[in-house]
Design a protein around this ligand. Structure first.
Ligand code: COS
Length: 382
């Protein structure tokens, strides 16, 4: 379907697609097998200016919006969701600075991010604070001209690979969500270290580690926004970022559909290609409908977010739920279409199905997204 994308938007898609075809697809099985971080591929993306998409022009980027990011991520995810997750986590990590950072912080970090000289990561989750984001226990205490952070962040994408970390900590624990504040912690800060790299079911080309802060001292001016505004910044960050996760589901679903149709045309059983059987055609048709419906919803939600920055939550959660549930279903069906071959590592759909699962879990489970949508409906109809 023609979504009437501008020339610039088509260029973003083509650039991301070229890197995906030339660099990502040939490497994805090996990265998955070795649980290896795609440093060189990310450097290639930086050279192609893909890291500047979401950075404002005054800080050396292209000033793109949510739609521009989802277009790039869709193409990346057609190749490998692990690689695309590393890119997406960089955007997620720097969004708090974009949303609530001071001019000085933007000047300090954004040009490097736009050029891919430094990568970012987002530190929210803890062992006892997953869906319940305001349950964080990491603390930050002001000591003279420095903040002292203590706590451990868990399952942080790009952990140990990024140089810039946006981290939420309690500055006034008795105030609940209103007592949380965000900070920038940099690789090499005293008292800041990483846990071991996690061994995951899917998205194995992305790095996931703990961030450990033991009397981690950072300068006072690393606080993002005002004291006590951290939770709101986190919520806004997730609102902007979740369509990107939806788009990972979209690219993945499209890739699984491509594999399934190609296979169904080649595989001959009972004397004809299996695509000639109605049972197969109906399955492929349902997959194609779901992929296209996800694309339409994501592009519409991204446009809405670009034009209504104060009213993002429902559109953001809706497309995240729909597209990532779609990706799980469509990749599972693709394995079914390929049958025994689909279950073997020799064919890419096995990895696609493993990669799909996390999309229903990270950046807010799909159950939490439904809560957000339900709460918004409750407000709208009051
Ligand atoms: N934008 C701006 N402000 C928001 C907001 C949003 N999208 N969502 C909530 N807020 C505000 C509320 O208005 C409230 O402000 P007041 O103190 O002025 O009333 C405050 O934030 C607290 O909101 P709420 O009471 O709804 O917080 P809850 O603790 O009930 O949590 C959910 C809300 C479940 C939505 C939140 O915890 C969440 O998103 N959890 C999932 C976290 C997640 O995605 N984790 C994955 C890891 S991150 S990669």
């Amino acid at each position: 379907m023609d979504y009437l994308l501008t020339e610039e938007q088509q260029m973003i898609k083509e650039t991301a697609r070229e890197i995906t075809e030339k660099k990502v697809i040939p490497m994805r099985a090996e990265l998955d097998e070795r649980n290896a971080f795609p440093t060189e591929i990310l450097q290639d993306m930086a050279k192609a200016d893909l890291f500047g998409i979401f950075v404002p022009e005054e800080y050396g980027g292209f000033g793109g919006g949510c739609l521009d990011i989802v277009l790039a991520l869709e193409e990346m995810a057609r190749g490998c969701v692990g690689v695309a997750t590393s890119y997406a986590a960089n955007a997620l990590g720097i969004f708090p600075v974009l949303i609530s950072g001071s001019k000085e912080q933007k000047e300090k970090y954004l040009p490097d991010i736009a050029q891919g000289k430094r990568w970012a990561a987002f530190g929210l989750t803890e062992s006892n604070a997953g869906s319940d984001a305001s349950g964080i226990q990491t603390t930050a205490v002001l000591d003279g001209d420095e903040w002292v952070l203590n706590g451990t962040k868990q399952w942080i994408t790009n952990g140990g690979e990024a140089q810039v970390y946006t981290i939420i900590a309690m500055t006034d624990p008795s105030k609940g969500p209103r007592g949380a504040t965000m900070f920038v912690v940099e690789d090499g800060d005293p008292g800041f270290s990483y846990g071991k790299k996690e061994d995951k079911m899917g998205i194995r080309a992305s790095a996931t580690r703990e961030l450990i802060m033991q009397d981690c001292r950072i300068p006072k001016d690393r606080m993002i926004g005002r004291r006590g505004t951290g939770f709101i910044t986190v919520m806004k960050t997730l609102d902007i970022s979740r369509p990107g996760i939806a788009s990972l589901g979209l690219g993945l679903g499209q890739a699984a559909l491509d594999e399934a149709v190609t296979y169904a045309k080649q595989r001959v059983q009972f004397g004809k290609p299996i695509i000639a059987f109605q049972a197969m055609q109906h399955m492929l048709a349902d997959m194609a409908i779901q992929v296209e419906a996800a694309r339409a919803l994501i592009y519409a939600a991204a446009k809405h977010i670009d034009n209504n920055p104060k009213n993002m939550s429902k559109a953001s959660s809706m497309c995240k739920v729909f597209a990532t549930d779609m990706a799980m279903k469509v990749t599972t069906d693709a394995v079914q279409v390929l049958g025994g071959y689909g279950y073997m590592k020799e064919y890419p759909v096995e990895k696609m199905m493993r990669d799909a699962k996390i999309l229903q879990i990270y950046e807010g489970t799909n159950q939490i997204q439904r809560n957000v949508i339900g709460q918004e409906l409750n407000k709208e109809y009051s």
